[in-house]
Write a protein that binds this ligand. Structure first.
Ligand code: GLN
Length: 189
């Protein structure tokens, strides 16, 4: 059993902690460096990326998070993906740049354009369907050489990873299907 930290400054952190607990691991809500170092892995949840990055900087957590993400597994979902990307097309902030990825925020439109649809997971060399929830989701508009696509919605890459960073444009914590969290726990780090 490992301890999974969930960055708990803003956004949908509680549901991630619940998913982790259902999978038999303990979770810790990360609000400072002390709780970050207790975590074997970290999840950065969905929410509002501009607000989240402001809080990260206000609490002086940026350097610690970047250092952490260079050696330990991090899973960024939705706003969390935007936070760990290397380049955000339409935001005024500098992301943490833990994975070589271009993203566009709110790429499907406004809240009303949120949707649920099947995506194709291409993990473990097999293709399987997964029902994904997209809420004011970003789009991955480019992947660096070290970033591997892991799931598609139509022609769009919606999940990708490098050696220890996993990102998804959707919200795996909002369904009872725990395959994505399980994949993070078993294939990263
Ligand atoms: N649109 C949000 C942002 O840009 C992300 C939405 C989400 O995390 N569900 O930060």
């Amino acid at each position: 059993m490992s301890t999974i930290g969930v960055l708990a400054l803003q956004g949908d952190f509680e549901k991630h902690a619940q998913a982790i607990n259902k999978l038999g691991h303990s979770s810790v809500l990360v609000k400072d460096s002390a709780s970050l170092v207790k975590s074997d892995r970290l999840i950065i949840p969905g929410g509002e990326s501009t607000t989240m990055i402001k809080l990260i900087d206000r609490l002086d957590l940026r350097e610690d998070l970047v250092k952490y993400g260079k050696s330990r597994p991090v899973f960024g979902t939705c706003a969390g993906l935007i936070i760990v990307a290397s380049h955000v097309e339409n935001s005024g902030f500098t992301p943490l740049s833990l994975i070589d990825l271009n993203v566009r925020r709110n790429a499907y439109g406004r809240q009303i354009n949120s949707f649920i649809d099947d995506i194709t997971l291409t993990t473990n060399g097999i293709e399987t369907l997964y029902e994904a929830i997209f809420i004011r989701a970003p789009k991955i508009t480019g992947c660096g050489n070290n970033t591997k696509p892991l799931a598609y919605h139509k022609n769009d890459i919606v999940m990708a990873g490098n050696e220890n960073i996993l990102v998804a444009t959707f919200h795996p914590e909002l369904t009872d299907d725990l395959r994505i969290h399980d994949f993070f726990l078993n294939h990263f780090g």
